[in-house]
Design a protein around this ligand. Structure first.
Ligand code: GDP
Ligand code: MG
Length: 177
């Protein structure tokens, strides 16, 4: 193989899951395009977006899948999960109901994919300080109990967005190498 043979590149499929309106599409828009949609309907999502990342000097392509709103109808299909090696499990820190749903999403993820999926629990909308309904400690505790990484993010002010995706990609890389 020549130096610039790209056949050794890594392509990781990563899925975004969680209740409607927790900010999945905006996390992806912020990460991949540095964009934010203040009044997005759940239809802005594309099927997936590929983002190049550099991990330990290796070029990695993260193929990040967005539900494009199918979660509203509880119709996230098995095709969505197929082949996923990473997942961001997202709730909204200002809506406790979305935190309660995490268990259901985790079950669905484990039903449809390998137990080995690198998963991070993401409490999004950390900018909404005055509206917080789920404490950081609760998020951390759930993540620890389930063996997940944990981070609070804001797609609005960008905090921890890249870090959350990078955590998953690094973990997949560590599992595979
Ligand atoms: P999805 O249904 O999970 O894909 O959620 P969307 O990305 O469509 O976001 C739903 C709503 O929440 C939109 O009005 C977004 O502008 C808003 N939103 C998303 N992320 C954040 C965030 O980090 N902070 C705040 N304040 N609003 C957000
Ligand atoms: Mg969406």
């Amino acid at each position: 193989y020549s130096e610039d043979d790209k056949s050794e590149d890594y392509l990781f499929k990563i899925v975004l899951i969680g209740d409607s309106a927790v900010g999945k599409s905006n996390l992806l828009a912020r990460f991949a395009r540095d964009e934010f949609y203040p009044n997005s309907k759940s239809t802005i999502g594309v099927e997936f977006q590929t983002q190049k990342m550099d991990i330990n000097g290796k070029e990695i392509k993260a193929q990040i899948w967005d539900t494009a709103g199918q979660e509203r109808f509880r119709a996230v299909t098995s095709a969505y999960y197929r082949g996923a090696v990473g997942a961001l499990l997202v709730y909204d820190i200002s809506r406790r109901q979305t935190f309660h749903s995490i268990g259901r999403w985790l079950n669905e993820l484990h039903t449809h994919s390998d137990m080995n999926v690198a998963t991070i629990l993401v409490g999004n909308k950390s900018d909404l300080k005055d509206l917080r309904e789920v404490s950081t400690a609760e998020g951390k505790a759930l993540a620890e109990a389930q063996g997940l990484f944990f981070m609070e993010t804001s797609a609005l002010d960008s905090s921890n967005v890249a870090a959350a995706f990078e955590t998953v990609v690094k973990e997949i890389y560590n599992i595979l190498s």
